[in-house]
Design a protein around this ligand. Sequence first.
Ligand code: AMP
Length: 216
Amino acid sequence: MGPPGAGKGTQAKRLSEKYAMRHLSSGDILRAERAAGSALGRELARYMDAGALVPDETIVKVMVKALTGGSDGQGILLDGFPRTVPQAQALDAQLAQAGKPLDAVAVIDASRDEIVARITGRRSCPRCGRAYHVTFLRPRRDDLCDDCGQALTRRSDDTEAVVRQRLEAYDRQTEPVIAYYRRRPGLKVLDIDGSAAPDEVTRRLQRAFDALVHQG
Ligand code: AMP
């Protein structure tokens, strides 16, 4: 969890590869639906481009379908979901049914100035999803993915005005989810300072994850 631009997507991708987990990014799933041009995709676009959260009922349906779609026994790393308390409650019900409670919640945070600077310079590869930044995480060749050579793209909601709306939605709707998890006895909430360089944040997350694995 964490505000937009804190590094959730970049870090979730790296950690899911390292620990062979299935990475489920709600934002990526919604963007794929939009790209498919379905009626649902067009409805989603209205919310996403305004920096608002899509309705709980819609996202819960989409995420429950994604959650139940994988192979048994593989861990799941959720990125961007849940973002409201009703979503967290729906996830709890789903996980209880599967007999697989949450192991831990990682919260990555960064200052608001840092977030705006990061998001407005953010680029990604449309093929593999690898994340870049025009200043902080440059590709080897300008505007091209290091891995697939594809031209990098910018998200339509990564403008300063929309980022402000997304931060407002985070404070109002998502912060209470973190409080909800902090109150849960026995659930580990890992607080990670996301203002460091991406490799350093990865190291810190790995240390926290490894400690969890060793504790059983
Ligand atoms: P993200 O890529 O995680 O920043 O998500 C991009 C946009 O997708 C958000 O600004 C929301 O409009 C929508 N979205 C992603 N995840 C959720 C969620 N869990 N609940 C509601 N809307 C979401």
